[in-house]
Design a protein around this ligand. Structure first.
Ligand SMILES: Nc1ncnc2c1ncn2[C@@H]1O[C@H](COP(=O)(O)OP(=O)(O)OP(=O)(O)O)[C@@H](O)[C@H]1O
Length: 259
């Protein structure tokens, strides 16, 4: 479970995220969406303990990420948007290292590593240094490092970048299955079809503010016929309507301030 309460992040005079609150429950796949610079990665970095909130709290599996970081960090796997892999380790060495860190049973871990390498068609590259991997191969290996310890919470920043269509489909099904098995999944993505296909609830951020939060139907109600929308609108239509309404609102406020 992930609980973000009144999270606010200030970089100097720039407000990156403003009073953001949401909860992601076990069994739920939650999508965090928004244009470039909306505050998605800043929020993810607060949840995984890489950026201290200016104010507000973040808890994962009941543990405050800043007050009780070790317990909080034991409960989640993190797939960053720009993964760092130890280039001088082979794929298998890296995965065994991760298994050791998490004190996984070595025999079981070896079996799981082979299963995952096979799943992502990396079995013939497992003994190559990761610095020789293509972008997509690095992304697949990063996903395996996060899943190997089977954490109850999975936090994913832009998972599909660099993946070929087959791998993207596999990963989509993997995350969906992960949530269906009672785990908690939070992902950010620019792919609206992906979010529409897998996310039970969605939060749309823009310039650090929440424009909409809820199921697809709840977002449809928010941008309903009174706002020019129609029942059954796609997430893409909803997304653009929310972002455009916000821009028009800003423009109106600016014009009023000028008069
Ligand atoms: N370390 C930092 N110092 C100053 N400003 C920052 C820092 N990190 C992020 N920001 C600013 O905070 C805002 C939100 O950035 P963030 O990376 O969270 O956006 P994002 O929604 O993940 O965008 P993208 O879709 O482009 O990855 C941006 O205006 C960005 O310039």
């Amino acid at each position: 479970m992930i609980e973000v309460q009144h999270y606010h992040k200030q970089f100097g005079r720039h407000t990156a995220v403003r009073d953001l609150s949401f909860t992601v429950r076990p069994g739920e796949l939650f999508g965090l969406l928004g244009p470039n610079g909306a505050g998605k990665t800043t929020t993810i970095r607060a949840i995984v303990g890489l950026t201290r909130p200016t104010s507000g709290t973040v808890r994962v599996a009941g543990h405050d990420v800043w007050r009780d970081p070790e317990r909080a960090k034991r409960s989640f796997g993190y797939i960053p948007d720009r993964p760092y892999l130890y280039g001088k380790l082979t794929g298998r060495e890296l995965l065994r290292f991760i298994a050791d860190l998490h004190r996984l049973d070595p025999a079981q871990a070896d079996r799981d590593i082979e299963r995952w390498l096979d799943f992502f068609a990396l079995e013939h590259f497992g003994n190559e240094l990761t610095e020789t991997y293509s972008h997509g191969m690095r992304q697949k290996l990063t996903i395996i490092t996060a899943l190997l310890p089977e954490p109850p919470v999975l936090i994913v920043d832009e998972p599909m970048v660099g993946l070929d269509p087959k791998a993207a489909k596999q990963v989509r099904e993997l995350f969906q299955d992960y949530a269906d098995r009672g785990r908690t999944v939070l992902l950010t993505t620019h792919s609206l079809p992906l979010a529409e296909a897998v996310a039970g609830r969605i939060c749309v951020l823009d310039r650090g503010r929440v424009l909409g939060l809820g199921t697809l139907d709840e977002l449809r109600n928010q941008t309903g016929t009174h706002a020019g929308g129609v029942d059954g609108d796609s997430l893409e239509r909803i997304f653009f309507r929310l972002v455009e309404e916000e821009a028009a609102e800003r423009e109106r406020a600016r014009a009023e301030a000028d008069t």
